[in-house]
Design a protein around this ligand. Structure first.
Ligand code: MN
Length: 128
């Protein structure tokens, strides 16, 4: 069975790029275009990983991360923040909100896929 990755992202171009890369590497990608839809989908499908854009309309990524942690924190699903903010403070803010790690836009396909594979491997080795 393919591993499922949920991406919560409102930017069509980035959504397309990330989906393209992940599908190329054999993952099943589920898309959500806002935080509310993302949280509902996460609860329903319990994906293997969640990629979370921080700059989302209405409910920002930090808020989504906190909500995800609250409702499914025990599931140990990696939540990787994706943001164009290059400042270290934002990385800390994402981690504080419950994200596992942080990937910076613009996405570099090679380092991006390595990071995804590493987080999925880490999760697997933890017995999930
Ligand atoms: Mn965005």
């Amino acid at each position: 069975m393919k591993q499922q990755i949920l991406i919560i992202e409102d930017n069509e171009q980035n959504l397309y790029l990330v989906t393209f890369i992940l599908e190329k590497y054999g993952y099943e990608v589920i898309q959500a275009r806002n935080g509310k839809e993302g949280i509902e989908t996460a609860k329903n499908i319990m994906p293997d990983m969640i990629l979370l854009d921080i700059q989302l309309p209405v409910m920002d990524g930090y808020e989504v991360a906190r909500e995800l942690k609250k409702c499914m924190g025990k599931k140990n699903i990696p939540v990787i923040a994706i943001t164009s903010y290059a400042m270290t403070g934002d990385r800390e803010k994402a981690l504080e909100a419950g994200c596992t790690d942080y990937i910076t836009k613009p996405i570099d396909p090679d380092t991006f896929i390595l990071s995804i594979q590493q987080h999925l491997a880490d999760r697997f080795s933890e017995g999930e």
